[in-house]
Write a protein that binds this ligand. Structure first.
Ligand code: ADE
Length: 247
């Protein structure tokens, strides 16, 4: 899968995504990440890509020409017109199911705005999806693009060492992940739960599912509306909701 980032700060996204797990996936050729500098597409002699807003007001607005030209040059090179995701707090809030849907694409373009945003006409011409990473305002779209690319990448086979872990972790079945433990068996007088030392896989599996349900109820009860629970698990949830406590 290939990610293209239209940005004024290519070094920011390349250094971030070139590190750790996404960096290794790039090296292995499992994902491609290319930052395209919008400034390379300005015809303005000082390299400016922004100007004052018509109608007045604070800040500067990115001009439509370089944004559209950078995308169209890419389309010409690829011979296709990939989806363009515009990073904006006005967009739909990104989540795991959006990540899953996007992971099915061959190519994705991330458009990162700066200053007071991008001229509306460029957005009308090329943007297919408006996406936010949450209800707060950042200085630009680069961090949101990096967040989304990281999240989508780990769903692509071969990016994580262990394929199963992409599914098992938080938000599988809309439940939070169960608690994890490693050595030592006793840390500051706190013991690892006995069941995890038992080697009894079925009991461990059941304990983990219950912990996931309990944790989701405590920390993110809103997720439970869409959670995929077996009949027995739904009964356990009802037990907890009625104030029941595990032995
Ligand atoms: N650009 C600025 N803030 C943003 C946010 N919260 N999500 C996506 N893009 C943004």
């Amino acid at each position: 899968m290939n990610f293209y980032i239209l940005t004024l700060f290519p070094e920011m996204v390349m250094s971030g995504l070139g590190t750790s797990i996404t960096g290794r996936a790039i090296e292995k050729g499992i994902i491609g990440v290319e930052a395209i500098n919008i400034r390379d597409y300005t015809e303005e002699k000082h390299g400016h890509v922004d100007d004052a807003p018509y109608g007045g007001g604070a800040g500067m607005v990115m001009q439509p020409g370089p944004v559209c030209d950078s995308y169209r040059a890419l389309c010409g090179r690829l011979g296709k017109q990939p989806r363009v995701l515009y990073m904006t707090p006005q967009g739909t809030v990104f989540n795991q199911s959006i990540a899953q849907e996007l992971a099915g694409e061959e190519d994705l373009v991330f458009l990162c705005g700066h200053y007071e945003g991008i001229d509306e006409r460029a957005l009308q011409s090329i943007v297919t999806d408006y996406l936010s990473i949450g209800d707060y305002v950042l200085t630009g779209g680069e961090l949101p693009a990096m967040v989304m690319i990281d999240c989508i990448s780990r769903l692509i086979p071969g990016v994580l060492n262990n394929d199963a872990s992409a599914e098992i972790e938080s938000f599988h079945d809309n439940l939070l992940e169960y608690p994890q433990y490693t050595r030592p068996e006793v840390f500051e007088e706190m013991r690892v739960p006995q069941v995890l030392l038992s080697g009894h896989h079925k009991n461990i599996e059941e304990w983990r599912r219950k912990q996931s349900i309990k944790r989701t109820l405590e920390r993110r009860p809103d997720l439970l509306r869409e959670a995929a629970l077996s009949k027995k698990e739904a009964e356990y949830l009802a037990f907890l909701q009625n104030g029941g406590e595990e032995e």
